[in-house]
Design a protein around this ligand. Structure first.
Ligand code: ADP
Ligand code: MG
Length: 245
């Protein structure tokens, strides 16, 4: 892999009060690759993603997006967030807005895209994710899986450089998980650079270019899925996988 990584974390440290959640995290995410974060509940996966999106301030170290240090205090966090798409566990669509209004809100308000063009792009993305006929619906008329797919469309509508997905299937009924995962699969095929936290180990193994196991505030083990899942080097990784699979 050549060229600058899209995302780089250098010795990132983040604590809450006296508890240190991320002690010394190093991570590199090459362009067009998928990085999957695994680790026990409370191991810091969400905190890491929130630090990248500047929703949390790191205590030490540096985070670079396309080579620019975004954790530099002089950097405007809103400008950084405009380059990053985020989808969380709970879909968080605005209930009083239709699907297309949800999707076009950020492009129109934050990026200043004219309404017609924002809607055109929204419909194109909805179409790609099989949601074209839902454009005029309100979120409560959609299934959980459809709502989460709309949340993904909304994150894509600003053409982000990087997509962060935090346990996006965790709140879904089991029969709705696969439709959301297949969207992630498609995005990977289209070359989207992604970092995702998940407990879906089968999916992690399939979609990941690199897997990072978070434990004790560090990336304890990192490598291609065949290695991390098939032949983990660390006893703690083995124990975690035995428990979860
Ligand atoms: P994961 O996503 O891997 O389950 P989290 O990043 O959510 O882990 O949490 C890591 C640790 O940080 C947990 O112990 C959690 O309680 C703590 N934590 C997360 N956010 C906060 C916060 N805003 N204030 C205090 N503690 C927090
Ligand atoms: Mg989490």
């Amino acid at each position: 892999m050549t060229g600058e990584p899209v995302l780089r974390l250098e010795a990132v440290r983040k604590g809450f009060g006296t508890s240190l959640v991320l002690r010394d995290v190093h991570l590199e995410v090459p362009a067009h690759s998928v990085t999957v974060l695994i680790g026990a509940s409370g191991s810091g996966k969400s905190t890491l993603l929130r630090c990248v999106n500047l929703l949390e301030e790191i205590d030490d170290g540096a985070i670079l997006l396309d080579g620019e240090e975004i954790t530099d205090p002089r950097v405007d966090p809103d400008a950084v967030r405009r380059r990053i798409g985020v989808v969380f566990q709970a879909y968080n669509l605005f209930p009083h807005m239709t699907v297309v209004q949800n999707v076009t809100l950020a492009p129109r308000r934050v990026h200043g895209v004219p309404r017609e063009r924002a809607e055109e792009r929204a419909l194109e993305l909805l179409d790609r994710l099989g949601l074209r006929d839902k454009a005029g619906e309100y979120p409560d008329r959609l299934s959980g899986g459809q709502q989460q797919r709309v949340a993904i469309v909304r994150a894509l509508a600003t053409d982000p450089r990087l997509l962060l997905l935090d346990e996006i299937t965790a709140a879904l009924d089991p029969e709705l998980v696969s439709e959301v995962l297949s969207v992630v699969r498609d995005l990977k095929a289209q070359g989207m650079t992604m970092v995702l936290a998940t407990h879906e180990m089968g999916f992690a193994r399939e979609v990941a270019d690199q897997v990072c196991f978070l434990d004790g505030g560090v990336v304890l083990e990192q490598g291609p899925p065949e290695q991390v899942f098939g032949d983990p080097r660390q006893e703690r990784t083995r124990r975690f996988l035995r428990r979860i699979v």
